[in-house]
Write a protein that binds this ligand. Structure first.
Ligand code: FAD
Length: 297
């Protein structure tokens, strides 16, 4: 049965939208219903019309998502190009919408003389995705800067939530309610009048040296196990360059898996499983995917 949408939104949702257009791996079957709200009020109005029980999946820039080839049943809400307000509230506090690109936060904080926010520059996702993942790089992590967040639930009600209401770990965040999604955050930084774009350029150059930037990937596929690096274990198994279909383990960084153009989500998922099995067999270490795998086969 197809998802019914209230008449006022019928012409604004996209049905069977290929999610390969919305993920950095460029794979993924269709979203049954795909909605890109104009703003938070529009989003709340839409959510109020969604019948209970219809699954809802959020997507930012799809840079940490493996959507299976069968696509996503129910509703996909995309924050791409929306919920993108970014303003300075006082000396050290910034308000940012969940759809703001992390790179924009890095750039704007430098202009405002605030930091450390440079680590956001190389994370090719939205603030919403960074909040959900506790994204981090080069020693910085998203939730180190969170003072509070605004969330929305499936009834379209918004909630102001303090930092202390969330359990935050390495690439893991658990909120007080299972079906509440981020619409904005207040982030705090230090005054760093000396911060400049040169630091961002240096960090991006370091990334380019060690990661296959520009190829279709999802960043690191696995989180690092305690006291070790997933990339080291994968490389030690001789898996660099190992290929299934049109997907392979990157030659440059073993924790990256590349879609060379024609890989399916199935190829990627099989390769992820193979890497995981080989590392377990050789080293007895269970690698946990950092990438979120969603949808139907
Ligand atoms: C080349 C490359 C380099 C990368 N480098 C890094 C890195 O250095 N550090 C790092 O941490 N990550 C890195 N990543 C992974 C990725 O960019 C981050 O995890 C990013 O935070 C994901 O943001 P997104 O908007 O793309 O989220 P998506 O991939 O769209 O979604 C990721 C998860 O967040 C959820 N989500 C998205 N928006 C919201 C919202 N508003 N409310 C609630 N949940 C939401 C989704 O449902 C999903 O579960 C890299 C990826 C690539 C491709």
């Amino acid at each position: 049965m197809s998802v019914a949408v209230a008449p006022e939104f019928n012409t604004r949702v996209r049905r069977n939208e290929p999610l390969s257009r919305h993920t950095s791996w460029h794979v993924g079957g269709p979203a049954e219903v795909f909605f890109n709200p104009r703003d938070a009020a529009d989003l709340a109005a839409f959510l109020r019309t969604v019948a209970p029980g219809i699954p809802i999946q959020w997507i930012g820039l799809g840079s940490n998502l493996l959507v299976r080839d069968g696509g996503i049943r129910g509703i996909v809400i995309s924050t791409h190009g929306t919920l993108d307000e970014l303003e300075r509230l006082n000396e050290t506090t910034v308000h940012a919408g969940a759809g703001v690109a992390c790179a924009r936060i890095a750039r704007q904080c430098i202009r405002w003389g605030l930091g450390p926010a440079e680590f956001f520059a190389g994370i090719p996702g939205t603030l919403g995705g960074a909040l959900a993942m506790n994204a981090g790089a080069f020693g910085g992590e998203t939730w180190e800067h969170v003072r509070s967040v605004a969330t929305i639930d499936r009834a379209g009600r918004t909630h102001a939530r303090g930092r202390g209401e969330f359990r935050v770990g390495y690439r893991q965040v658990t909120g007080p309610a299972p079906e509440e999604w981020f619409i904005a955050a207040e982030l705090s930084f230090e005054r760093r009048p000396g911060a400049h774009t040169g630091e961002v350029r240096t960090l991006l150059a370091r990334r380019k040296e060690s990661q296959p930037i520009g190829e279709w990937s999802c960043g690191s596929v696995f989180t690092n196990p305690p006291g070790d690096h997933a990339a080291r274990l994968i490389e030690a198994c001789g898996l660099k360059g190992f290929r299934i279909g049109d997907a392979s383990v990157s030659q440059k960084h073993a924790n990256f898996i590349i879609n060379h153009g024609r890989a399916s989500a199935h190829d990627l998922e099989r390769l992820i499983a193979h890497v995981r099995d080989e590392v377990m067999r050789a080293y007895g270490v269970r690698l946990e995917p950092e990438v979120r795998i969603v949808g139907v086969r």
